[in-house]
Ligand binder design. Sequence first.
Ligand code: HAM
Length: 428
Amino acid sequence: MMQPFQKVRALTGMKDILPDASARWEAIEDLVRRWLGAYGYRNIRTPVLEQTRLFSRGIGEVTDIVEKEMYSFTDTLNGEQLTMRPEFTAGVVRAAIEHNLLYDRPQRVYSMGPVFRHERPQRGRYRQFHQVDVEALGFVGPDIDAELIVMLARLWRMLALSDVRLELNSLGQADERAAHRVALVDYFERHLDGLDDDARRRLHANPLRILDTKNPAMQGLVDAAPRLGDFLGAESRAHFEGVCHRLEEAGVAYRLNPRLVRGLDYYNLTVFEWVTDRLGTQGTVCGGGRYDGLVELLGGKATPAIGFAIGMERLLELWNQAIAGGGRECDVYVVHQSDAAQRVAALAAERLRDAGIRVIVHSGSHGFKSQFKRADGSGAAAAVIFGEEELSAGTASIKWLRSEEALARAQQKTVPLECLVDELRLGI
Ligand code: HAM
C-alpha cells in the first residue's frame, strides 16, 4: 500500500508566482529590457550557484549577508563550499574576469533573476526574491554615475511611479573612511557615558553601526559625531560634485544622506538608494553605487565600476499600486479632431488592442486641449493623434507623454498606420 504523504508546501519566504500574477512579471521584464536596451546594456547570465568564497571575499566577511543570510552548503561530491547567489555583482565580476571581458573595452551588462537571502520574511522581504541587476564595468565616472541614476529616473517615469525619492551619499575612498573611523572611535570614547550597551559592544568592532542606533537617548550624541563628508579629499569631493551637478542639469532631485552606507563592503565614492513610503518598512526599491576596488579584489586587473540592483517584488508592488490607484488606465489614449477622424481612430484602436495594447479612444468633444488633458490624466504612456492631416495622409501621430523626450521637447512623431503598433511598442 502507498504510504500517506504529507503535503509539501513552498518554503517560508519563497513564493510561487502563478499565471495571473506572472503576466505582470512578464510585462515588467519586457519593459525593463527595452529600457536597458535604450542605454546600450546587454544581457549576461551567470550561475545561481557559486563558490562561497566569492561572496565572502566580494561582499565582505563582516556583513549581514555573509555572516547570517547566505544559503550555503557543502557539495557532497567534492567537499566544495557553495552558496546560492545572494546578489549578482560578485558573480558578474567573476565572469567578467574569467572570460577576459574587460581586456580592451568597458562593458555595460544586466541580469535578471532570483537571488537568495535567509532573512526574516515580511512584506517586501523574502528569502528568494528577484533583482534587475545593472553593472557598468570599466568606467571612472562621474558621468556614468549620473547616467545610471538618470536612467532609473526614466524607468520610474515609464511606470508612472511618482513617489520614489533618491538618496545620495559619497563613501569616499578606503583611507578616507579609515581616518573617519579613527575620529569616530575617538569621539565615542570621549562620550562613553552616553553610549548604551549595544553601542559599547560595537565601539571597536564596527563603530559605524552606532550611527544607525534607534535609541532616542543617543540621538544627540550621534548627530554631533564626526561626519565622513568632512574627511573626503579633493578628488573624492570633485567626483561627488560632478555627479550632483549632472543630476541637477538633468532635473533629477536628490537628498544628501550622510547616513547612507549600504550593506555590502565593496562600495566607494557614489552610493545611492531609491526609497518610497508606499511599501511599509521595506521601502528601498533600488540600491547601488561605485565599487572601484572589487574587480582587483577578486583577482582581476584594477577596473573601476558602478552598478545597482532593483528589487523586482517591490517594483511590482509599486506598479500594481500605481495601476490600481488610477496610475495608468490604459497604455495609449487616442485623440481625434473630427467625426471622420474619430471613426478611423476607433478602427485603428481595435488593431492596437489586437496587439495587446490597452487603448482608450476619447469620446466626446473634439477640442484637442481637453482631450490631451484627459490623455495625461489617464496615465497613458502615449497619446495617438488623428487630426485632419493624419486622416488625409493615412498616418497617425504619436506623442509620448512620460518619456524624457516628451518632457524636454514635446516631441511628436508621425507614422503610417501600419507602423503604429511597432512604434508604440518601443515605449509602452
Ligand atoms: P542590495 O541593496 O542588497 O544591493 O539589494 C538591492 C535591492 O534588492 C534592494 O534595494 C531591494 O529592493 C531588494 N532586496 C534586497 N533584499 C531583499 C529581500 N530580502 N526581499 C526582497 N527584496 C530585496 C545589491 O544587491 C547590490 N548587488 C546592488 C549593486 C549592483 N551594487 C552595485 N551593483
